[in-house]
Design a protein around this ligand. Structure first.
Ligand code: Q0Z
Length: 273
């Protein structure tokens, strides 16, 4: 199979006219891929993504099959329709963290949307906001205003993107909240079928594309504990590592604890083992 894209933690292959998206067990901390895999991570994230696609039935998606994939990737690959991808990272934020927090601190706005004063790290927003960014091939994604999105993809596709992004976020956050999990924000990718139908693509509502916090530990005004990677971050904070590549090897007990957290996240969200 032809390798089309290799990401930090995933690969994308072409199979005839379809694509096969393969999630690896690689993990990144502070944007650095560590040399030690987390066994089962690719499987958990793939199954979580497939579960979400099934829940989000109001938004058409690119999934063809979660099982019709080469045996060596079974469980951690998705066969999907090849789309014309839109050059926008579609982010919805319900809470303030990361680049959204940085933008708010500097300008009081995110992607051109003015927010009320007095918000801080981890604050809940009055309502979810669409905060798209560019998809930079290299370097950092830059915030885009809604009008810039409309200039790039056209007004009607821009309106569809904002509506679909906020719908996915609201539905996902609502389902997760019922299970004690806060989804602070999420990054979605969309593409078009040849007839112009908008489709949700890539992965959806996984901890690699979203911030997941335990509702019981949420406390605005300080950095929040991430459900999946906090253990790795806390462990790496105790090392003499400057957060630049190469990252440190992960000891077996830390691998096991991180593995358990991915599994717990999956079980909590989906109600499955
Ligand atoms: C997804 C990505 C990955 C590296 C392109 N259905 C689709 N049609 C066309 N293109 C894509 C998709 Cl999902 C597409 N990416 C992101 C995924 C590894 C990069 F698994 N790039």
């Amino acid at each position: 199979m032809e390798l089309v894209h290799s990401g930090k933690v995933r690969e994308l292959y072409a199979d005839g006219g379809d694509l096969i998206m393969v999630a690896s067990d690689r993990v990144s901390v502070y944007d650095v891929v560590l040399p030690t895999p987390i066994p089962g991570k690719g499987r958990v994230l793939t199954q979580l993504s497939l579960w979400w696609f099934g829940q989000l039935d109001g938004v058409p998606n690119h999934v063809i099959s979660g099982t019709d994939v080469p045996a060596e990737w079974e469980g951690r690959a998705i066969r999907c329709r090849r789309l014309t991808m839109l050059p926008v990272e579609c982010i919805a934020r319900g809470y303030l963290a990361g680049l959204g927090l940085a933008s708010y601190a500097e300008t009081g706005t995110i992607s051109g949307v003015r927010l009320p004063p007095g918000l801080g790290e981890g604050s809940r927003l009055p309502e979810p906001v669409f905060t798209p960014t560019t998809k930079a091939a290299a370097g950092h994604d830059e915030p885009m205003t809604y009008d810039q999105v409309a200039d790039v993809v056209g007004g009607s596709v821009a309106a569809e993107l904002r509506r679909a992004t906020l719908e996915v976020y609201r539905r996902g956050a609502e389902l997760a909240a019922a299970r004690g999990i806060v989804i602070a924000d999420t990054k979605l990718e969309f593409g078009l079928l040849p007839d112009g139908t908008l489709m949700l693509a890539d992965e959806v509502l996984t901890p690699d594309s979203s911030r997941f916090w335990l509702a019981g530990q949420w406390q605005p005004g300080r950095p929040q504990r991430s459900l999946d990677k906090q253990y790795l971050r806390d462990w790496s904070a105790g090392l003499d590592w400057d957060r630049r590549p190469p990252g440190p090897a992960i000891p077996a007990d830390v691998v096991a604890a991180t593995q358990a957290r991915y599994q717990e996240l999956y079980a909590r969200v989906t109600g499955r083992e």
